[in-house]
Design a protein around this ligand. Structure first.
Ligand SMILES: Cc1cc2nc3c(=O)[nH]c(=O)nc-3n(C[C@H](O)[C@H](O)[C@H](O)COP(=O)(O)OP(=O)(O)OC[C@H]3O[C@@H](n4cnc5c(N)ncnc54)[C@H](O)[C@@H]3O)c2cc1C
Length: 463
């Protein structure tokens, strides 16, 4: 076997800690033992890696790692090459300050680091360690989606390296079909080395923090959420967590607010009033006003830092915060986490961001299948032992299926699953819906030999 030589670094298992760090993922369950990890520092390095992989007999599998946050094993490879983009993470604000060019291996924290100094905002992840690459190619729901839509709705262009080694510009005017496919279709069309996003003046400072209610208030909390939601504007949102934590491990409802334009904490006081001074009183609250998204994105560091590393993450979409749906999941989660100490830190997370803006885009304009107003939720099955891992995985799978089915019954619409929070084994039809035939045609055009195999299978159309 010939040797892979690039200007960047190539690591093998013999490289010890450096190799171990390079194959590490957000969840231990997403990690596979790559034969080689290639860390390009130039775009031609990527072209050389592709050529090398194809020249082997048989051709060697190539996986691409952006931030390594995805729950599936797509950014890892068992015996193949991982292209680890961590050395391609420059972030450049263009002189008119209306757009930013972000390299394909940047994390959202890298982006916020630069934008916070310029008092600018972009639609990105609420957490710093999520990669710009995977997040954007899967759609990209963020705190600013209420005002500006999804990450893909703010993507102006991308520089993509195709399986045949060509480096192409994808935008509304250049390779428009590729531009359509990478906005929601995932990473199976090419390796994106640059994304250019629209920028906005910052909507900070931001009110953030935590408000906790005891589990026996669940029904009342749902009533407060319903009332609050009726007057919700795009400038405030919540993440709602079903959670147990030490030392008591009692079921709790943990509400994480985000309030834009929170000068001196004034908007938070008004917007969060129903949750602080309403019919139910929190057992704990800690609120703060922080200057920018960089600080917001580090808000969960302490709690995530202590979470078990065996994470089975799966999510799905839902149409509304139906009390019956929330209560059904609550009962199942309480029962599951009550019975087994190994999995009791498993959580269920509901995203309550105003969905109007993301529904303003025509469904044919991007590859994302769901453009009716909707929300997303995710289950984090957390296990402290290998023995309990299948149980946590089954739980995540059964709850997301339950939410999908129950939501379909209550709303009359089956929203299916979505790329960013998929387990990876969902049928592609349930993730891409009616977009799948067009995605298959785009695949036939840009990757006819099916070189990029990691991700949901999108078979190149043969007609
Ligand atoms: C704690 C947590 C919170 C999250 N919160 C949100 C959220 O609020 N909103 C949301 O939408 N999603 C969220 N996600 C999901 C996240 O967006 C996806 O998991 C996303 O795929 C992560 O991107 P990544 O680059 O870190 O992932 P990776 O695991 O590195 O990659 C995921 C997929 O994208 C491909 N890929 C990555 N970069 C590139 C590139 N440059 N070119 C081509 N292909 C590439 C990979 O090959 C792989 O198939 C969250 C995930 C976690 C773990």
């Amino acid at each position: 076997m010939s040797k892979l030589v690039i200007q960047g670094t190539v690591l093998t298992p013999e490289d010890g800690d450096a190799y171990a760090a390079a194959i590490r993922r957000n969840s231990d369950l997403s990690q596979l033992p790559a034969k080689l990890v290639a860390q390009p520092v130039t775009y031609t390095d990527v072209v050389d890696i592709i050529a090398y992989a194809k020249s082997q007999t048989p051709p060697i599998e190539v996986a691409v790692k952006g931030g390594g946050a995805h729950p599936a094993t797509w950014a890892s490879s068992d015996g193949g090459i991982v292209v680890d983009l961590s050395k391609l993470k420059d972030v450049t604000v263009l002189t008119d300050k209306k757009s930013v060019v972000v390299q394909g291996g940047a994390l959202w924290g890298d982006v916020y680091e630069v934008l916070s100094k310029e008092e600018l905002d972009v639609v990105g992840s609420p957490l710093w360690f999520v990669g710009v690459g995977g997040y954007t190619l899967g759609g990209g729901y963020g705190p600013l989606s209420g005002t500006h839509g999804l990450a893909i709705d703010n993507l102006l262009s991308a520089t993509v390296i195709l399986a045949d080694g060509r480096i192409v510009e994808a935008s509304a005017n250049s390779e428009p079909e590729l531009f359509w496919a990478i906005r929601g279709g995932g990473g199976q069309f090419g390796l994106v080395v640059e994304f250019t996003f629209k920028l906005y003046p910052s909507s900070g400072p931001y009110g953030t923090g935590v408000i906790v209610y005891p589990g026996d208030e669940m029904e009342n909390v749902i009533k407060v959420i319903q009332g609050w939601k009726a007057g919700q504007t795009p400038f405030e949102r919540f993440t709602i967590n079903f959670s147990r934590s030490a030392p008591h491990w009692k079921p709790s409802i943990v509400m994480l607010p985000w309030v834009a334009h929170d000068e001196n904490g004034e908007r938070s006081k008004t917007v969060l009033k129903p949750f602080l001074d309403g019919p139910i009183k929190p057992v704990f609250q800690r609120l703060a006003t922080v200057p920018n998204m960089l600080v917001v994105s580090h808000g969960a560091d302490a709690s995530l830092g202590t979470a078990p590393r065996r994470l089975s993450i799966r999510g799905t979409l839902f149409s509304d915060f139906f009390p019956e749906l929330l209560l059904g999941v609550w009962q199942r989660w309480v029962e599951f986490t009550e019975g087994n100490e190994d999995v009791r830190s498993s959580t269920v997370i509901w995203d309550l961001t105003s969905p109007k803006k993301l529904a303003e885009i025509n469904v044919a304009d991007t590859a994302l299948k769901t453009r009716v107003p909707h929300y997303w939720m995710v289950v984090q099955g957390r296990s402290t032992t290998d023995a309990s891992t299948p149980t946590a995985n089954d739980f995540a799978k059964s709850i997301t299926s339950y939410v999908r089915e129950k939501n379909a019954t209550l709303s009359g619409t089956d929203l299916g699953f979505f790329v960013n929070m998929a387990g990876g084994d969902e049928p592609p039809e349930t993730v891409f819906g009616e977009q799948l035939p067009r995605l298959r045609r785009a695949k036939a055009r840009y990757d006819p030999g099916n070189f990029w195999t990691k991700g949901f299978p999108i078979e190149p159309a043969r007609d």
